[in-house]
Design a protein around this ligand. Structure first.
Ligand code: ADP
Length: 257
């Protein structure tokens, strides 16, 4: 059985009474499995129309640009970018179901680490207001899942952008320490309170926004990133000071054992 206690508060704000419910663990597991199953099917079904929509809006954007209708081409461009955001959310939901079913696969290949970081930065810079500064270190080649590592890099950089709305810069760096390669993203944003810094890597965990800002998201990016890094044999962590900024890093082995 799974117990759940709920506090009832009196008018003085003190707890006046506790009420409890018990749920059969088997029922709970079944519900959980149904929820995961639903998420998997729903996100899979959402992908097909999204892919078509993206193709149509890309076509419209190109046609409008060619016709010189720049005002409407700009509207189509914004539609495109909203479709990208939606696709990322759906992909995150799909990834979570894959992780839960143990079906996330890593396809390893050899690639240049700094080059990949550079590609990710160029892509992120296209839509970012911040200046993304890159301190590269000529790490050389690494063996890992190129696509998944680029996904983690994008996640960390887009979070740095999202959670530093009043800053102008983000610093990305790569470093080789002994046998490990380190990738880090430093921002000068809202930061994370110390007691929440470990929790941000948990599924669906989100720190609430600040007084001035609320931030959209599902709380899945860091969970997926940490699963990818763990499976690559590495680790992911954060140093952060609330109100000053965060430094998210991951390390992966340079040579696969
Ligand atoms: P999402 O951004 O969709 O909420 P993530 O899993 O990427 O999901 O992040 C989980 C939570 O960690 C965020 O909701 C936010 O509270 C916190 N967080 C992540 N990156 C940063 C950052 N660079 N600065 C401050 N808080 C962050």
């Amino acid at each position: 059985f799974l117990g759940r206690a709920v506090a009832n508060f009196g008018q003085d704000g003190e707890i006046s009474q506790w009420t409890g419910t018990f749920t059969d663990i088997d029922d709970f597991k079944q519900l959980q499995a149904q929820k995961d199953n639903f998420l998997g099917i729903a996100s899979h079904e959402l992908k097909t129309p999204l892919t078509s929509l993206k193709l149509y809006t890309q076509f419209i954007e190109t046609s409008l640009s060619k016709q010189g209708d720049l005002k409407n081409a700009e509207v189509a461009k914004r539609m495109n970018s909203q479709i990208d955001t939606l696709t990322e959310l759906v992909n995150d939901l799909l990834d979570v179901t894959k992780i839960q079913n143990g079906k996330i696969q890593l396809n390893e290949s050899e690639f240049d680490f700094d080059r990949l970081a550079e590609d990710v930065i160029v892509e992120q810079q296209m839509t970012a207001r911040h200046k993304i500064i890159f301190h590269k270190n000529e790490i050389g080649k690494v063996t890992a899942d190129r696509h998944r590592i680029s996904q983690v890099m994008s996640n960390l950089i887009s979070n740095a952008i999202k959670y530093s709305p009043d800053a102008d810069e983000i610093i990305v760096s790569t470093e080789l320490s002994r046998d490990a390669i380190r990738f880090s993203v430093k921002d000068f944003g809202i930061g994370i309170p110390e007691d929440k810094q470990q929790k941000v890597f948990e599924q669906y965990y989100r720190v609430s926004g600040t007084k001035e800002h609320t931030f959209p998201g599902l709380g899945l990016g860091l969970y997926i990133s940490s699963e990818i890094i763990k499976r690559t044999g590495g680790r992911i962590y954060v140093h952060s000071v609330e109100g000053k900024g965060s430094d998210f890093c991951f390390e992966i082995p340079k040579i696969k054992i």
